[in-house]
Write a protein that binds this ligand. Structure first.
Ligand SMILES: [Zn+2]
Length: 226
């Protein structure tokens, strides 16, 4: 018997039930793996239009079109691009500064905005990270992969608007500086949130032990005329 991947099985289930809501239970039965959520994210990244409703055990998914759009998933980063990124970053982890020769670490090339969030394989979205930093980042960031808030934030047109959206949509949640910086997409975001706080637009608390910010309040913008 032909052995099918979990991804192929889940896709078949979706295709056979297009435009119908499929309980998460049925998806888990077909896949028989704990990684079904990641598989669905991957299918979405490939360009399949899959909607989600409910939560927890009552979650349901629906393939809303049999036509696959052009996805963001591309092949692995090609060796020339990879070498170029490592050279650009000085053969060091951009987070902890370690390098393979002195620190006995392995460097990896990482998508700054994850592929699951719509990040592209292009130099400005790639960075050199040591394996440890990369794994830490991936495990933290993957908690947000199914979060529609993150997709809305990325679409916001400016760093300031992204920060206001982060505050509004991810309120009361401790967020790491790396996470906020990545989503905001601007270097001086800490200055921006300080200034927003001075103007009374947002409030947040900073925890130096965990290196996290928690947004406590975001005020709606007063009507502005330009
Ligand atoms: Zn590192």
């Amino acid at each position: 018997m032909e052995k099918k991947s979990a991804k192929a099985k889940i896709l078949e289930l979706f295709q056979a039930n297009a435009n119908k809501w499929i309980p998460i239970n049925d998806i888990q039965k077909v896949a028989q793996i704990s990684e079904w959520a990641r598989t669905i994210r991957f299918l979405k990244a490939e360009g399949w239009k899959i909607e989600k409703k409910g939560g927890g055990k009552t979650t349901e998914y629906c393939l809303t079109s049999l036509e696959k759009k052009e996805g963001v998933v591309r092949g692995p980063i090609n060796p020339r691009t990879r070498a170029g990124i490592l050279r650009r970053d000085g053969y060091r982890c951009v987070h902890c500064g370690k390098n393979p020769e002195e620190d006995n670490i392995k460097l990896e090339v990482d998508h700054i905005i994850p592929v699951a969030w719509g990040g592209k394989t292009e130099p400005k979205n790639l960075q050199s990270l040591c394996r440890k930093c990369n794994q830490g980042k991936k495990s933290y960031f993957s908690d947000f992969n199914d979060d529609d808030a993150v997709k809305d934030i990325i679409k916001a047109p400016s760093g300031t608007e992204k920060l206001l959206l982060i505050g509004a949509k991810l309120i009361d949640r401790p967020l790491t500086v790396d996470f906020i910086g990545t989503l905001a997409g601007i270097r001086d975001w800490t200055r921006t949130i300080r200034s927003l706080r001075q103007k009374g637009r947002i409030n947040y608390k900073w925890d130096s032990k965990t290196n996290t910010y928690t947004f406590l309040e975001v005020k709606k913008k007063e009507k502005e005329r330009q």
